[in-house]
Design a protein around this ligand. Sequence first.
Ligand code: SF4
Length: 184
Amino acid sequence: MGLEEQIPAGFLLTTVEAVAGTARRSSMWPMTFGLACCGMELMAVGDPRHDFSRFGMERPSGSPRQADLMVVAGRVSQKMAPVLRRLYDQMAAPKWVIAMGVCASSGGMFNNYAVVQGVDHIVPVDIYLPGCPPRPEMLLDAIVKLHDKIGDTKLGAHRRAEIVAEERARLTQLPLIDACPTPG
Ligand code: SF4
């Protein structure tokens, strides 16, 4: 007798990881973090036309302690960098970051000493969203892609192994630093 015949009708089989993934992605609480012009488009996803409440996100949080999604919308100045990091550290884990727009992703056209050249210098980024500014529909698409990522997240020992593998991959991508010249 196959497994399907042995299970009485009305039972649903799944894994704890799948249940946790569904619960997490269906109830993300974003932290409001508009830094520049992209912040206008970030606000637009909350309007009735785009309505990000459909994704269980109707509660934007003013406090990092009640938020698990940071949408960095706009360029990050060097002065703002330590503040952003402190807010990220205060968010409850597990937590996610979307870099919204070219400025947050890479500094964009602000290639100067005053602007951080990509928010991933300060916090780990899950989704990079191009555009100047990205339209609200693009941010909604990024949120849906983040949902897929969260749904596939492992738990416990599996997650720890995943983190180690991600960290190894990240270290191999870092540029090599030239050895200090020896004094002549
Ligand atoms: S990506 Fe464009 S719209 Fe967004 S903060 Fe930079 S300059 Fe402003």
